[in-house]
Write a protein that binds this ligand. Structure first.
Ligand SMILES: Cc1cc2nc3c(=O)[nH]c(=O)nc-3n(C[C@H](O)[C@H](O)[C@H](O)COP(=O)(O)O)c2cc1C
Length: 331
């Protein structure tokens, strides 16, 4: 099987992926999503330059457990030689835990794009081409690239950019239908997916405004995407993966999708204890994860307020106990 058909096969098996999300996708959250039905899960974006300097914190971003493997590792950078060397190092370091290396060409934040990395590469096709060619040559693994519709607000360059990437030998292209200038605002243009799909023969993965199982279905059936990434729609809602697989397998779309408070507490506790044991320095990210897990419930604002002042595992455990008790008081 060549690299592209390997990926095609994986995506066909389960086309509902967890998108890369910096500051969100710790390995514990990724495992939770996997356990709830996610197909391929993506790491946070990892700086190739940071890896080259072997920072311990950066290496930690490469951690993929037995439960999660194989997962996708996403790299960002601007120097083709550094990216190629670090892609090779990731392949060596992660072994059969890594499914593919994804190159980030969509990150719009100033401290990335301002240095010629991430979405800045959409404006410099020659630099992007050199990166993709060198990385593809440096590893056995499939290499993929994640792009946006364009950089400037009215850009529409995904089709040409994806063709260039295909020519470089990448195994799949992910397209987020917003431009870099849009950041995460406004709506994502879904039709760009169908246009890219019609222009290239490698798999196309859709990203942008995936909030419900029906959004996934629309990307797959109408825009003809090979797979779909769930990003903000998975924050505090890893259940979306199971619900989506249910819909794709023909379950009644009106099937009950409510998640009980007890289920939220159980998953939040699993996340908390996973972080406490394995990544204690990331415990403070539970503040945002907790407010997401309880978003939309009666106690959402109280959880957000209290989580803000939590510091230790015990503080968070107390909050989870309190939520269970508030619920009991409501009964
Ligand atoms: C907090 C956050 C962090 C993100 N980090 C990354 C990242 O590291 N790499 C990447 O390619 N995209 C990243 N993204 C973009 C998402 O993968 C996705 O393409 C985008 O959010 C659009 O999908 P949505 O509208 O369904 O959220 C991030 C998005 C968010 C909200």
């Amino acid at each position: 099987m060549n690299r592209s058909s390997e990926i095609k096969h994986q995506l066909a098996n389960n086309p509902v992926l967890l998108a890369p999300m910096a500051g969100v996708n710790d390995p514990v959250f990724r495992e939770i999503c996997k356990g709830m039905g996610a197909g391929l899960t993506y790491s946070e974006m990892v700086s190739a330059q940071g890896l080259a300097h072997a920072s311990q914190r950066t290496r930690e971003l490469l951690s993929i457990s037995d439960t999660e493997k194989p997962a996708a590792i996403q790299l960002f950078g601007s120097d083709p030689a550094v990216l190629a060397a670090q892609a090779h190092a990731v392949e060596d370091y992660c072994g059969d835990r890594v499914a593919l290396i994804d190159i980030n060409m969509g990150c719009p934040v100033r401290k990335v794009a301002g240095k010629g990395e991430g979405a800045a590469l959409l404006k410099d096709t020659d630099a992007a081409r050199r990166i993709l060619q060198e990385v593809v040559q440096s590893v056995e693994l499939p290499v993929t690239v994640k792009i946006r519709k364009g950089f400037e607000r009215d850009d529409d360059l995904a089709v040409d950019f994806a063709k260039m990437a295909e020519d470089c030998g990448v195994a799949a292209v992910t397209v987020h239908g917003r431009t870099a200038r849009q950041l995460y605002q406004g709506t994502s243009d879904r039709t760009v997916i169908a246009r890219v799909k019609a222009a290239i023969s490698i798999p196309v993965i859709a990203s942008g405004d995936v909030w419900t199982p029906e959004d996934v279905l629309e990307y797959l059936q109408v825009q003809k995407a090979d797979a779909v990434m769930v990003a903000r729609g998975a924050q505090g809602n890893p259940w979306i993966f199971g619900h989506t697989l249910g819909l794709l397998s023909g379950e009644d779309p009106r099937a009950e999708r409510t998640v009980t408070l007890a289920e939220r507490i159980t998953v939040a506790a699993e996340h908390l204890h996973g972080l406490a044991q394995r990544f204690p320095h990331r415990l403070s990210t539970m503040k945002k994860h907790l407010s997401w897990y309880f978003r939309g419930t009666t106690h959402a604002s109280a959880v957000r307020r209290t989580a803000h002042s939590c510091g230790t595992v015990e503080d968070y455990e107390q909050l989870l106990d309190d939520i269970a008790n508030w619920e009991a008081d409501d009964d």
